[in-house]
Design a protein around this ligand. Structure first.
Ligand code: PXG
Length: 437
């Protein structure tokens, strides 16, 4: 195959390095990818945390094909189509109790910016328009739109774009290797880090703060689990000061932790929750924002003929995405996938923690169907080099993993993975990690 690689400016990719030795995928089915030259690769990353039911699942493929021939597009503004209502009605049955209104987007980044706009507008409608400050957290990732970039807590993602939003501040992150290294599941230490919100309240005054956005489990920056009690404490501080709590569940939504959403897993309900990725099993772009009814109802005032929320996308509730999402939910239900992470937790935990003691490993973390291995950074090298070399070695040995923020390897396979495929991931990692100095 002769491909000209010049024109495509690749996202979040070292373009010049990649184009010297491209890593291409041309086919996928269930737990596997294939390269154009026919090499089989086990998918240890659910694509990019999105193909939760595995690849090319028949129900989803059929639903998409049928829908595109029946109703390929319907304008979402001042018009509707039945599948959008059916999907929203169905989705709220999986969501944490009370989050029973759904706004559709096309990606996690759009869900984040939508959630933040809803938070600002909500306060304004309640006569508290001075609440404009938004709080994120260090080591958070909230996509790449302007607000999500500003609220995110990854230096390299923020530094090139100036102050893309004013009135933003960040909580401290919760990663504490000194106290919590090699914890299985939720760390014991760090609930008190939620009190950092009180520091920001003292600094800025609660009356200026609209919302706090966090990932209940930070994915992109290396699978950072919330310390025991942390989310509960953050929830109660938000309540005390009238601050909305937004959970960004773009990665944790749809079964990654062993419950439909992390909110249920940890028993803490946010006011607004973002989702994307697993909503359509990664087949067709789609995102959603789940909103508490009381927040939604605040918008339902004034003349009936007025547009309550001047926000939306041409492809909000796209009919083909709705069909894909409904078939995805069917697949999740039929195979019990949204709770399979809980059933596989012990197997995954034992597998990833078996890598303790290998060269340069400073931490191993896990929960549900996700794990991470953290390496000490190589002195004098670019950050993340060890993880990247492990990723490359595994790719060459037939397992696709992901080098995440910092020096981490994240393991987040489709929820259909079996025991021997988990063993394959771990034995490949073990072999490769022994060769990376
Ligand atoms: N929020 C969270 C928590 C995410 O993880 C987004 C928002 C943005 O979603 P979109 O659909 O706009 O990309 C994400 C995306 C990684 C990785 O390697 C993670 C994401 C994207 C790309 C890579 O961990 N998450």
């Amino acid at each position: 195959m002769s491909l000209n690689l010049d024109a495509f400016w690749m996202p979040f990719t070292a373009n010049r390095d990649f184009k010297q030795a491209p890593r291409l995928l041309s086919k996928a089915k269930d737990m596997h990818y294939w390269t154009p030259d026919g090499r089989q690769v086990l998918d240890g990353t659910s694509g990019l945390w999105c193909v939760n039911a595995g690849h090319a699942r028949p129900k989803i493929v059929e639903a998409i094909a049928k829908q595109v021939g029946e109703l390929d597009f319907a304008p979402p503004f001042q018009m509707g189509h039945p599948l959008a209502f059916e999907l929203a009605d169905r989705l709220v049955k999986y969501a944490p109790e009370g989050l029973n209104r759904v706004f559709f987007t096309n990606s996690g980044s759009e869900s984040v910016d939508t959630a933040l706009k809803i938070a600002l507008a909500y306060h304004r409608l309640r006569g508290e328009g001075q609440r404009t400050r938004l709080i994120g957290r260090e080591r958070g990732y909230h996509g790449v739109n302007m607000a999500g970039t500003a609220l995110g807590g990854m230096g390299p993602n923020r530094k090139m774009f100036g102050s893309s939003l004013s009135g933003v501040d960040h909580l401290r992150h919760t990663h504490d290797l000194g106290k919590n290294a090699f914890t299985k599941g939720q760390p014991e230490h760090g609930a008190e880090l939620a009190d950092d919100l009180e520091r920001l309240v003292t600094l800025h005054d609660a009356s200026s703060i609209a919302a706090v956005i966090i990932e209940p489990m930070a994915g992109s920056t290396g699978v950072l689990l919330p310390p025991k009690g942390y989310l509960q404490r953050l929830r109660s501080i938000c309540d005390k000061h009238g601050i909305l709590l937004i959970f960004d569940e773009v990665i944790t939504g749809f079964g990654r932790l062993g419950s439909p959403f992390a909110a249920q897993h940890y028993g803490v309900t946010p006011d607004i929750m973002t989702a994307a990725k697993g909503i359509t099993n990664g087949c067709i772009p789609m995102g959603a924002v789940f909103v508490k009814q009381s927040v939604h109802d605040t918008f339902m005032q004034g003349p009936d003929t007025a547009i309550e929320l001047p926000h939306g996308y041409t492809y909000s509730s796209h009919p083909v995405a709705c069909a894909a999402a409904l078939a995805t939910l069917d697949t999740y239900d039929e195979e019990g996938l949204l709770t399979r992470g809980a059933e596989m937790h012990a197997k995954m935990e034992a597998a990833v923690h078996s890598l303790k003691g290998l060269p340069n490993v400073v931490d191993i973390r896990n929960t549900g169907m996700v794990g991470a291995i953290e390496f000490a950074p190589r002195p004098g090298a670019l950050p993340g080099r060890r993880a990247f070399e492990v990723f490359m070695g595994c790719w060459e040995a037939g397992v696709l993993l992901r080098a995440a923020g910092g020096d981490n390897i994240a393991i987040s396979p489709p929820l259909i993975i079996n025991d021997s495929q988990i063993d394959q991931i771990v034995s490949t990692l073990e072999k490769v990690m022994k060769t990376v100095d």
